[in-house]
Design a protein around this ligand. Structure first.
Ligand code: C2E
Ligand code: CA
Ligand code: CA
Length: 469
């Protein structure tokens, strides 16, 4: 059975025993391609050899980036030539007794035979050498291509003494999965903690959509303060998965899985609806929260029914549109040539919702876009705020952003304000609003209900003038 696929499903590692190898034994005439059932059997043999001589073996799983691009630009024959070239480059760093195979369109498996001096350091050096030669520019079909190599590694000494070939390959797969999270050119070695990470990621992938439908993903609220009065001028709704066994899971961990499942728009719906319900609850409780801001993904902003849906939700909760702000990432506005996004943003603004440009400074939106779109507030990204107290250069950049906003007649909010010094300086520099851990972290609705009266009591005790300083 030939498996030619980019991914290499884990369960196939475990189906060893059907065939041994795709072709003759590797020691006789190594085939270039190893089929799925052959891999665990081969790893078993390397591990058994190592045990016989009381030495270690290792395994590298390499994911090559850029082969699709070669196929796209130069065709299938060029991609096959690139695959052969990668295998040659990998093999150039191996010794007699090691083995290297292609096991998928872009995946290569290396088994490093028993050696006395094969410690983790030596393995990392081998990984770095392999990576650097695979990433050397490649001249193919009269073009220069730049491939990347992401590498997972497993060392038998770090694994259980009786690990099987299939277990060894699962370990290296977990290491590669971890490496892939850190970029196309990352290298990671397996350690027991990686298995926990992988198990968590798998749980997230398989249960996030059901969790959203069950209402386990809810908005938490982070206050935004007006720098001149110190009062809460609004709250940002940030998604949290409150898992019944694992506790609170941050959006960075589950948003990619929701995106892959095509459910980001559903998240937007849930967040808007529950945030408006929270506003309604605060109004009924006599708490003064002027507005709630909700983050919308590009998928939401392309939805032709978005503004109708929001209007219906506002009416249902008996709230004026001014009470809702929509946070649009600068990168979305800058890169989107979709009229649908621009149309939705304009319709929502004419409805009366405020439009905040999120992560401002990171997305290179042209000034013309800032003028053309109905944006009311710039949310200055945390990277421009951190360290303003100590770094004059950082302060100069921030001042330039504030004067740009002033010229364009836009409100400003600084994100990631972590210290009272930063808060005071931002107030002095004329930034209109602040948000950050220095004021409060995002909180559940219940926690927010407790926090707000305490905050109001605190500012009532402070004379107005000193609030700005
Ligand atoms: P964001 O919209 O830029 O939200 C601000 C993030 O910074 C939040 O992380 C917040 O908890 C964190 N933060 C706030 N103050 C500070 C601070 O003083 N220091 C530091 N270091 N961090 C601070 P969180 O909640 O983990 O959200 C991360 C990102 O996930 C958000 O970045 C947003 O892009 C996205 N996100 C969150 N909720 C949603 C949602 O409902 N829908 C969509 N589409 N994206 C969401
Ligand atoms: Ca935001
Ligand atoms: Ca932000």
């Amino acid at each position: 059975m030939m498996l030619v696929a980019t991914g290499f499903p884990l369960y196939l590692w475990r189906t060893g025993g059907l065939d041994f190898l795709n072709g003759p034994e590797p020691s006789a005439a190594p085939p270039h391609f190893l089929d799925a059932p052959g891999a665990p059997a081969l790893a078993d043999r390397f591990l058994a050899d190592a045990r016989d001589v009381h030495q270690s073996v290792a395994c590298l799983l390499i994911d090559i980036g850029g082969l699709d691009r070669v196929r796209h630009l130069n065709g299938g024959a060029a991609m096959r030539a690139a695959q052969d070239m990668c295998l040659m480059r990998i093999k150039a760093h191996l010794r007699v007794g090691d083995a290297a195979y292609r096991i998928g369109d872009a995946r290569f498996l290396v088994l490093v035979g028993p050696a006395a001096r094969l410690d983790l350091e030596a393995l990392l050096q081998l990984g770095a050498r392999v990576q650097s030669s695979v990433e050397d520019p490649a001249a193919l079909s009269e073009m220069t291509h730049y491939l990347t190599a992401c590498i997972g590694m497993a060392h038998s000494r770090r694994c259980a003494a009786d690990i099987t070939g299939a277990g060894f390959l699962e370990a290296v797969e977990a290491a590669l999965e971890e490496a892939a999270l850190h970029g196309a050119s990352a290298i990671r070695a397996w350690s027991p903690s990686l298995d926990r990470n992988v198990a968590t990621r798998r749980m997230i992938r398989t249960s996030v959509v059901a969790a959203l439908e069950k209402g386990q993903i809810e908005p938490w609220f982070q206050p935004q303060l007006c720098t001149s009065t110190g009062r809460v001028s609004g709250v940002e709704a940030l998604a949290r998965w409150v898992h019944p066994e694992r506790g609170v899971i941050a959006p960075g961990q589950f948003l990619p899985a929701l995106e892959r499942a095509g459910r980001l728009s559903r998240l937007g719906e849930v967040m808007i609806s529950r945030s408006l319900a929270a506003l309604h609850h605060w109004d009924a409780a006599g708490l003064d929260i002027p507005s709630v801001s909700v983050n919308l993904a590009e998928a939401d902003l392309r939805d032709p029914h978005l503004s109708e849906r929001i209007k219906w939700d506002l009416d249902r909760h008996d709230l004026a549109p001014e009470r809702l702000a929509i946070e649009v990432l600068e990168t979305v506005l800058a890169s989107s040539d979709e009229c649908a996004v621009a149309k939705n943003v304009s319709t929502l603004a004419s409805l009366g919702c405020r439009i905040d440009l999120d992560d401002f400074g990171t997305g290179r939106a042209p000034i013309a876009t800032l003028r053309r779109m109905p944006i009311q507030r710039l949310k200055i990204d945390r990277s421009f705020v951190t360290g303003i107290g100590d770094d004059p250069e950082q302060r100069r950049i921030l001042t330039a952003i504030l004067s740009l906003a002033d010229r364009l007649n836009l409100d400003t909010l600084a994100e990631g304000v972590e210290t009272s010094g930063e808060h005071a300086l931002l107030a002095q520099l004329g930034c209109d609003h602040v948000q950050g851990y220095g004021i409060a972290e995002p909180m559940s609705l219940d926690a927010f209900d407790t926090w707000l009266p305490m905050h109001d009591a605190k500012i009532a005790d402070v004379p107005l003038l000193s609030r700005k300083a």
